[in-house]
Design a protein around this ligand. Structure first.
Ligand code: MEV
Length: 437
């Protein structure tokens, strides 16, 4: 039975492992061995990982893989991906190869604006607040001079501050809605530091604004924080080709193209399908975001909010056939960084960025959007032709065999055997039992 623990973070790593293994696992000795087995053999590398977060007791591995042959705006990329789902990298690679032979992916940055807000309560005359804001806006902007200095030198910084009145939603609720350009940084620390300074300056200046009554002078700042909703930090990726080039062994070209467009249209109007459709897109997006040390939770939150921007959750991709040309594209908000955060700390993140030719944040946005589009193409292609299980179970075969304790020779034999057999839990178990005999 787990019991409360005092000062856990102050215990040594060994003490933490002892405590958790003894209090929360059936076989403490085995747990300790397993946790240690996943430590890096080089203590310096392990220390680096230990210090990323608090209370580290081991490392949690995910496969780090490569999906090659992505032609993006005429350049070839091999895309690094960190993900556990068996079929994702295979599907991405298959899509990349397919579109490599049909002109590749074209991408475009539609915006790079980041957002942050100071949320505050002001109970008083709206016009006076508006006049106050207009008069102090230059001082607010000036108050972040030292914070923004480096960012401004590189061409970024604060774009604008707006006063927003939301008092019809919550009594006295207003915001400073601020927009930023953070260049190659994701910008969370920069934005939050600026916002906290704006909040402080706002409160201070209100105290000495003569037109305010004593009550009006007392602006209450509730919080200052960036927003992960970045609808103007947007990238578009697309593929297109004559419908006649879409034929495959499973379906004639015209039928495939029409069914594909129909499937995307269903995801546009039907939230149950849209969520799964977009989940497939996020299989590609998250894997690259994670491999490049970016914040996948921020990306997930922002992307799904964007998918619901018109009032109903909908597909992030679009498809159409026009004058015999099949066109398939995605528009997706992505706040990414290629400097700061884990990018210069995590050794594998550094390698991932190097594999991508050390991209700028804008370049990384384009690669990530392409990974999402490629993944969606592969998923929808399977769905409207063979069904998803055929490819998925083939990729899952090794996991199943590992779970059943197959030897290397048995695995090799069964992978060959299942090349033209249907993979199910039962069929794999039965085939393994047969060769074991
Ligand atoms: C599975 O991880 C993703 C899919 O369900 C996506 C989709 O249905 O489009 C295959």
């Amino acid at each position: 039975m787990n019991t409360p623990v005092e000062g856990f973070s102050k215990l040594s790593k060994t003490q933490k492992i002892d405590w958790i293994a003894t209090n929360c696992t059936k076989d403490p000795k085995k747990t300790k061995q397993l946790l240690q087995q996943y430590w890096n053999t080089d203590p310096r590398v392990q220390k680096l990982h230990d210090e990323f977060i608090e209370n580290t007791i081991s490392n949690y591995y995910l496969p780090f893989a490569i999906a090659p042959n992505f032609m993006i705006n005429g350049d070839l990329f091999a895309i690094p991906m960190a993900i556990e789902e068996s079929s994702v990298v295979a599907a991405a690679s298959k899509s990349a190869k397919f579109w490599l032979e049909r002109g590749g992916f074209k991408t475009e940055i539609l915006g790079t604006e980041k957002v942050g807000q100071v949320h505050f309560i002001y109970n008083g005359d709206k016009n006076k607040l508006s006049n106050f804001f207009t008069s102090v806006k230059p001082q607010l902007l000036k108050s972040i001079t030292s914070i923004a200095q480096n960012m401004e030198k590189r061409g970024g910084g604060i774009n604008n501050i707006e006063l927003r009145d939301l008092s019809n939603k919550i009594k006295g609720y207003y915001q400073l809605h601020c927009t930023f350009e953070t260049l190659d940084a994701m910008g969370a620390n920069f934005i939050n530091s600026c916002l906290e300074q704006f909040a402080k300056t706002l409160k201070e200046l209100a105290l000495s604004f003569n037109d305010f009554t004593e009550e009006e002078k007392n602006i209450e700042v509730v919080m200052s924080i960036l927003s992960n909703y970045v609808p103007n930090c947007l990238v578009k990726a697309e593929v297109s080709c004559p419908v006649s080039e879409l034929g495959n062994a499973d379906m004639p070209a015209k039928e495939f193209a029409e069914k594909f467009v129909q499937a995307v249209n269903i995801a546009k109007v039907e939230p149950y399908r849209a969520v799964t459709h977009n989940k497939g897109i996020m299989n590609g997006i998250d894997a690259v975001v994670l491999a490049t040390g970016n914040d996948f939770r921020a990306v997930e939150a922002g992307v799904h909010a964007y998918a619901a921007k018109d009032g109903q959750y909908s597909s992030l991709t679009h498809a159409r056939i026009e004058d015999g040309i099949f066109k398939f594209w995605i528009e997706v908000p992505l706040a990414l960084g290629t400097v700061g955060g884990l990018t210069s700390l995590h050794p594998l993140v550094k390698v991932a960025l190097e594999i991508l030719q050390n991209p700028t944040a804008k370049e990384l946005m384009q690669v990530v959007a392409v990974a999402g589009l490629a993944q969606n193409f592969a998923a929808v292609r399977s769905l409207v032709t063979t069904g998803i299980q055929k490819g998925h179970m083939k990729m899952h075969l090794l996991n199943m065999l590992n779970q059943l304790g197959a030897t290397e020779t048995e695995k090799q034999l069964l992978v060959t055997y299942f090349k033209d057999q249907t993979v199910t839990n039962a069929s794999v178990k039965e085939a393994l039992e047969r060769i074991k005999k």
